[in-house]
Design a protein around this ligand. Structure first.
Ligand SMILES: Cc1cc2nc3c(=O)[nH]c(=O)nc-3n(C[C@H](O)[C@H](O)[C@H](O)COP(=O)(O)OP(=O)(O)OC[C@H]3O[C@@H](n4cnc5c(N)ncnc54)[C@H](O)[C@@H]3O)c2cc1C
Length: 423
């Protein structure tokens, strides 16, 4: 990162070829810069491709205030960046790549193919047309004493002369086999920006089920339930797994469960199995004569409960369910589940923690390392599923690139790179 570089000043490095890095590369290349994108994997954007398997949720159509509030404590820092590349701009960007977007349930936005691959193919064609170069199988290991970027490649170590500016977009640490393994944290700490610990976000919740329940019901959805944890609610399907519960409604509360368990508090996740029926209505239905029906048959008919829901009641209340209709209705409206933890980072949808905003200027440049920028999930923010993750990755990728361009123009005599690192 100094002016005596072998490369021209307008040559930029982007490390990490996920959505954040590719958006940074596009923004840089669109201004005429020469860009090389490095990634440790043999192909780009593996997590982005995986995200398309369940229907790629690009962003959300809700109003701005509600949208940015999803980022919790990071909302203030992300709001101006998202304002410069808002959901409408993202939808237009996708449309320009041939993927019109459609609205799904509750205002979520998807590409019309519901997949990543057509969008990614068109995007890579555009990047190649812009002259963006890709250096794959390059694992970033640090910055050498002369400011050179250090990589491990299948052919050995490689040192790349300092670029005009470098953008790190190395992702979080979930699904590490797809490329982002969080190993950058030590390198970045060595550069003077100690990241906050990487922890799972949007994760399944672990519940110590009895072997019978786990074996019999793993894979069964509890349909249209409402979950409540410490006053926070989420609505949707929760799928029973051998280890606990998963699904969008569970992920939405997993951060709170993680934090409560981390602080040693007792955690109870309440499940309302019949959110569309009042307790009084349910109790009235459960007062009907049972005749010769078994409890399960009676609950299935009078309570309109699925077998998995009936077994869940037994799982928490024991085989003999309350005989009293009011007590039974109360239980159905608030089944107490005691999670023992949340699923580890390897299986989480996203990662909390990362480079702290206090260590970044408003253009996402590391204060301790002028000329080095960071974007995407490696920054210290978290958000629920619903398109908020990708929106923030795209917006911060773009913002970091704009910052890098501005910095390279104004830094006539950039500070020389100090000796440091290598992981
Ligand atoms: C199953 C699943 C489904 C998802 N669905 C959605 C969804 O529908 N909507 C949504 O908004 N979000 C979704 N997400 C989250 C979303 O995919 C991520 O938030 C997003 O991919 C993060 O983008 P990123 O560019 O910051 O990092 P990544 O996509 O993780 O990319 C980082 C890149 O950096 C590379 N890299 C890492 N370390 C190094 C190194 N040392 N040297 C060189 N390269 C390195 C990696 O190989 C990787 O290519 C989903 C995630 C998962 C796991």
């Amino acid at each position: 990162m100094n002016s005596s570089t072998a490369e021209p000043l307008e040559s930029f490095a982007v490390i990490g070829a996920g959505p954040a890095g590719l958006m940074a590369a596009e923004t840089l290349a669109a201004s005429g810069a020469r860009v090389t994108v490095y990634d440790r994997m043999p192909s780009v954007a593996r997590k982005f491709l995986l995200a398309g398997r369940g229907g790629l949720n690009l962003t959300h159509s809700e109003g701005t205030a509600r949208f940015v509030a999803r980022y919790g404590p990071a909302a203030d820092r992300l709001a101006p960046l998202i304002a410069r590349f808002p959901p409408e701009a993202l939808r237009q960007w996708a449309a320009d790549l041939g993927e019109e977007t459609v609205l799904g349930s509750s205002g979520r936005v998807f590409p019309k193919s519901w997949k990543t691959s057509p969008l990614l193919r068109a995007w890579l064609r555009r990047l190649e047309g812009q002259g963006v170069r890709f250096a794959l199988r390059h694992r970033w290991t640090g910055i050498g004493p002369d400011g050179a970027l250090a990589f491990a490649t299948p052919d050995g170590e490689a040192a790349v002369p300092p670029a005009a500016a470098t953008i790190l977009a190395l992702g979080g640490a979930s699904w590490p086999r797809l490329g982002s393994d969080g190993s950058w944290t030590d390198i970045v700490a060595g550069l003077g920006a100690l990241p906050s610990p990487l922890t799972p976000a949007n994760s399944a919740v672990l519940v110590p089920w009895t072997p019978h329940f786990a074996e019999r019901f793993a894979g069964e959805p509890l349909k249209r339930v409402t979950l409540t944890f410490e006053g926070q609610r989420s609505h949707g399907d929760a799928v029973v797994t051998r280890a606990g519960l998963e699904g969008g409604s569970v992920y939405a509360l997993s951060g709170q469960v993680r934090d409560a368990l981390g602080s040693g508090a007792a955690a109870i996740l309440w499940i309302d199995l019949k959110p569309d029926r009042s307790e009084a209505d349910l109790a009235a239905a459960l007062r009907a004569p049972r005749a010769h029906q078994s409890t399960s048959t009676f609950l299935r008919k009078a309570g309109r409960l699925a077998p998995v829901a009936i077994s869940l009641l037994r799982e928490v209340a024991g085989p003999a369910l309350p005989a009293d209709a009011d007590d039974l209705a109360r239980l159905i409206k608030a089944v107490p589940i005691r999670p023992s933890g949340i699923a580890p980072l390897e299986r989480a949808i996203s990662t909390a923690g990362g480079i702290r905003f206090a260590d970044l200027d408003s253009h996402l440049m590391l204060r301790a390392r002028p000329g080095l920028f960071a974007a995407g999930e490696m920054l210290d923010w978290e958000a629920p599923t619903g398109g908020y993750l990708l929106q923030a990755c795209f917006a911060t990728g773009r913002a970091a690139a704009e910052g890098a361009l501005a910095w390279s123009r104004t830094s006539a005599a950039p500070p020389s790179a100090e000796a440091n690192v290598a992981g």
